[in-house]
Design a protein around this ligand. Sequence first.
Ligand code: DX5
Ligand code: ZN
Length: 214
Amino acid sequence: MEVSPSLLSANFANLTPDLEMINRSECDLLHLDVMDGVFVPNISFGFPVMKDVARICKKPLDVHLMIVEPQNWISQVRDLGAEYMVFHQEACVHLHRTVQAIHAAGMKAGISLCPATPLCTLEDIIGDLDQVLLMSVNPGFGGQPFIENVVGKVSRLRKMIDESGSKAKINVDGGVNAKTGALLAEAGADILVAGSYVFGAADPEAAIHSLKIL
Ligand code: DX5
Ligand code: ZN
């Protein structure tokens, strides 16, 4: 399993030790949650913070934009050196144009779906995607309980991706721990995001390892 710890649950008053833990750990990506207070009812951090994070972090960045009009921020995300730019289906009218622009900027493109948004909204773009990020909580906050319905959604998305020949990886975000992670692994997830499970653990590297082996 690929593991993408979410920095949202790190210590914002002193990020360096948490980033050093990320660098040492077995994780594959670092997940950065950008919130604008409009698309979601919370504000997290923006580009000045992510620029400093990118300087210290040795893992590829998985940037999850929970913002309206994500198409306006492609060059800023590219300037971070991000691996993935992931935006919400619900926040963007022109999915195809935005995915093409992300690719033209040299990044991998992902689209995220809120828990109640159906998979069929991605049917005609799935072949162009590098990642689908299924939310297993309503976006906006760390530490929320896992919405079980996403397990069946992962199985259905696995089938959709395999049948279409898409190379998109299935990433799941929200309420992930070793127990819910095992259900997601079984259903066909490729990447797991985990915030509070990793940064709230007495031993965050061991928490990452417990997801890695799923
Ligand atoms: C929620 C964010 C998540 C969040 C997950 O809107 O997209 O990435 O950090 O936090 P946990 O793992 O604590 O549910
Ligand atoms: Zn996220």
